[in-house]
Write a protein that binds this ligand. Structure first.
Ligand code: G16
Ligand code: MG
Length: 220
């Protein structure tokens, strides 16, 4: 039986992907090239440095390790300026009521994000207190699809991986959950998120009880 829900942040709880895209685009433009939203899709769930290395590759730009660090810091400054202005209005539909319903269902709740800015985003949107455990980019050493971020969440919640369900919007994140031997619900488009147990467009109208029921019925 499922004892814990683990949520990705960007794209599941809030839509910060648009802020990441704006900041990366600005950085690419200052380096003299551009990249598309389709390329941006590949950056979802990927760490800051891994994202930057992909972008530099697309632009055919070579930089030293020190320059790469400086560029990552610059992008993050622009990104933090944007997320500092976030409010609870930017929480995606259905998130607050699903998080509230977890308590009454006796389900533990963790955040499993690649972002080093996760705590700031949860503070700005007033969601911090909903989470029993927060695992973010400051605690993990390898990017999704490595399962580290979700396994750490399970460990801190003191539940087995098989007792967890993950909510993810990124291909890399769905792979990470599968690699952790967890159930996974995709948030987004079914045509893109093929390996999820099932896919929802967003969390609107979803309660813990409903999800648990459906997981129980579709147990593989
Ligand atoms: C998020 C985003 C990624 C971003 C990463 C690192 O992951 O999806 O696009 O590159 O965090 O973010 P930061 O630069 O803030 O450390 P997730 O796992 O929450 O979707
Ligand atoms: Mg995400």
């Amino acid at each position: 039986t499922i004892k814990a829900f683990i949520f990705d942040l960007d794209g599941v709880i809030v839509d910060t992907a648009v802020y990441h895209f704006k900041a990366w685009k600005k950085l690419a433009n200052t380096l003299g090239f551009d990249f598309t939203e389709a390329q941006n899709e590949q950056l979802k769930g990927i760490s800051r440095i891994d994202s930057l290395n992909l972008i530099l590759g697309w632009g055919g730009v070579e930089k030293t390790a020190k320059e790469v660090q400086e560029l990552a810091t610059l992008k993050n400054q622009w990104y933090v300026e944007m997320i500092n202005k976030m409010t609870a209005q930017e929480i995606l539909p259905g998130v607050q009521s699903l998080l509230s319903s977890l308590k009454s269902a006796g389900i533990k709740c963790a955040l499993g994000s690649a972002s080093k800015n996760a705590s700031l985003i949860l503070e700005r949107t007033g969601l911090t207190s909903f989470f029993d455990v927060i695992v973010d980019g400051n605690e993990v050493s390898v990017s999704k699809p490595n399962p580290e971020v979700f396994l750490k969440g399970a460990q801190l919640l003191q539940v087995a991986p098989q007792q967890c369900v993950v909510f993810e919007d990124a291909l890399a994140g769905i792979e990470a959950a599968k690699n952790a031997d967890m159930r996974v619900i995709g948030i987004g488009e079914e045509s893109i998120l093929k390996n999820a147990d099932w896919v929802l467009p967003n969390l609107e109208g979803q309660s813990a009880a409903q999800i648990l029921n459906k997981l129980e019925k579709s147990r593989s």
